[in-house]
Design a binder for this molecule. Sequence first.
Ligand SMILES: [Zn+2]
Length: 287
Amino acid sequence: MLCVSNELLKDAREKHYAIPGFNCIADVMIRGILDRVEKLRSPVFLMLFPADIDENTWWYFSSMVHAIADHYTIPIVLHLDHATNHDDIRIALDHGFTSVMYDGSSLPFDENVEMARKTVELAKPYGASVEAELGRVGGYGMETAGNAVSNILTQPDEIVKYVERTGVDSLAVSIGNAHGIYPQLPQLDIPLLKELNAASKVPLVLHGGSGTPDDQVRAAIETGICKFNVYTDNRVAMWNCFKTLADEFDQFERGDPPPAVYLGRLQETVGDVVEAKATLAGSIGRV
Ligand SMILES: [Zn+2]
């Protein structure tokens, strides 16, 4: 069923686990994720990433998720990831997203506060939850190879002011994590996270969860991370699966390999990434 995130994240914070969030697009990914978390009894965030949205995506994605959500018994949060403007936030809310992220990490502190506060105001009548970002999670954009942005670590003294002034429900922090593929292994600043978690009234979120060594993710979750975002690991796994499938089905005697077979394999590939991440997050069996 579709849910807002507040109660779920509260439970995660109390019991020291995290809820995995997966960026996804198209039926094959959505089904790969939901079929697996249903089996694992794990809550989940289904996240839509702005760079993946074309004009039909809003209604297609949200209609599909709304149509299938009640067939699953686990809590599903329908979440807009990394919105940088209020138009996208409004559209998502009108399409029944139960959670939105406003990303003001490229703005000066006061402007970030103002935009996040406005997002909370917009979301309130819909009963939707709001995630924001303080500091800046660096790394590569999800659609291009170049132009990595650098990290700006989140400061504990800013968190208190930020949460108070914005009223956000959860907060993405920058502790050495980055988006996309890591050129070298990240080193998460766990002592900083400890300070941030102590200063924050709201649950903290880790972006750039792909490619981070498991022991570091585990330490971050033990130290207060309650939501853990994954996209790149699914993208890499799906792409490798595509290449294997192309090789295998090149040998197929007819020129029309059955979609149920190859799409099914992609779906299982997504499911396997989901299972690995839910295991790491400690979210299995929490429903
Ligand atoms: Zn992110």
